[in-house]
Design a protein around this ligand. Structure first.
Ligand code: ZN
Length: 345
């Protein structure tokens, strides 16, 4: 369905009271909406990746609507238990944040505390320990900062000059070349490459580093949020899911070890990095005593949902308040089901 048409339909449904009716229905009470967020901008990250980031005021608006609509925001573990037992309270929601970037600590965490809402952070841990910006993301962000330009000088990086940063696809070609040439380097070596890229682009890398843009939370920050009602859970150590059992399980084990060390808890909930999953992963997750796993597939979870393939709704800068409301009430799920059914016809 075309987006303007869909939004117009949602507007009519909200105006006619369907949202209010469905949100209080038994159908909705038997379902859990797991909301998925990534980053909350420190500066202008939502303009760089609007589907990964959102502005703090937009997150505040979402939390305010959950409060006003008297939604039951539950800790993920409790929500999943009550979903299975059929004892969910009306309008159940679980909040999840992927990756565990520093901006969570700085922007989202104070808002969650203000509203008294529990949340789960799916924490990837390699860059948390090395305390450096995430290489592929900081490079992509810096190339975006110089969007529209053609940069002549790139000798330092061993890339083909000039660097054409005029379009999204030309920037992505430069990024791809940079990733290929630095593939087997260590984290600190990659960071030197990122610093060189900053010099070539005339960007103050020290400022970005000091502001901790695109860095992860460190051990003491994880300890603090965990002590204050934020549940820190699994997202692999290096944000990847190898299709080899030993390598895959190592990712979970290293991730769990780093989280346990910081928070003194034993994480058992998992989120597939980049939403990528494969049927072979399920028995490997069970062997690692993983109790639940969330995907990026859209939907509300019900009693029959596979625990290791739970759907979520990904919220971000480009989602309107109307779309958000359609999902928390359940209307969005009904429309999505109809669309999926139509695809099979
Ligand atoms: Zn992720």
């Amino acid at each position: 369905m075309l987006r303007p048409v869909k939004l117009a339909i949602l507007g009519v449904l909200r105006g006619s009271g369907i949202f209010r009716w469905l949100t209080n229905s038994r159908w909705r009470q038997e379902r859990l909406l797991i909301l998925c967020y990534h980053g909350t901008s420190l500066e202008d990250e939502h303009l760089w990746r609007p589907e990964l980031y959102l502005q703090p005021q937009k997150l505040k608006q979402r939390l305010e609507s959950l409060k006003k609509g008297q939604f039951s925001v539950l800790p993920l573990g409790e929500a999943l238990q009550r979903l299975r037992a059929g004892t969910l309270p009306p309008r159940s929601i679980a909040l999840t944040f992927d990756d565990g970037t520093y901006d969570f600590f700085r922007q989202a965490y104070p808002l969650l505390k203000h509203y008294g809402f529990p949340a789960t952070v799916y924490q990837t841990t390699y860059y948390s320990a090395v305390k450096l910006p995430i290489f592929n993301l900081i490079c992509s962000y810096m190339l975006w900062m110089r969007r529209g330009e053609v940069v002549a000088e790139s000798d330092d990086l061993g890339l083909q000059a000039p660097l054409d940063l005029r379009t999204e696809s030309s920037r992505s070609a430069v990024l791809g070349e940079l990733m290929r040439t630095s593939e087997h380097r260590s984290g600190p070596e990659k960071d030197e490459i990122a610093a060189k890229l900053a010099r070539v682009l005339n960007i103050d890398y020290e400022r970005l580093r000091a502001k901790r843009i695109l860095q992860l939370m460190n051990e003491s920050e994880l300890e603090e949020i965990s002590r204050n009602g934020i549940d820190v859970q699994l997202h692999t150590h290096r944000h990847r899911t190898p299709e080899d059992e030993t390598l895959f399980r190592n990712e979970i084990q290293e991730n769990r070890l780093a989280i346990s060390k910081a928070t003194a808890t034993e994480p058992v909930h998992f989120c597939y990095p980049s939403g990528v999953y494969h049927p072979a992963f399920l028995p490997w997750l069970r062997k690692e005593n993983v109790a639940s796993a969330t995907t990026c597939d859209v939907g509300l979870a019900d009693r029959g949902s596979e625990s290791l393939l739970l759907p979520r709704f990904i919220d971000h800068q480009n989602r309107t308040q109307l779309e958000f409301e359609s999902w928390i009430t359940g209307v969005g799920d009904l429309l999505a089901v109809r669309r999926k059914a139509a695809e099979h016809v």
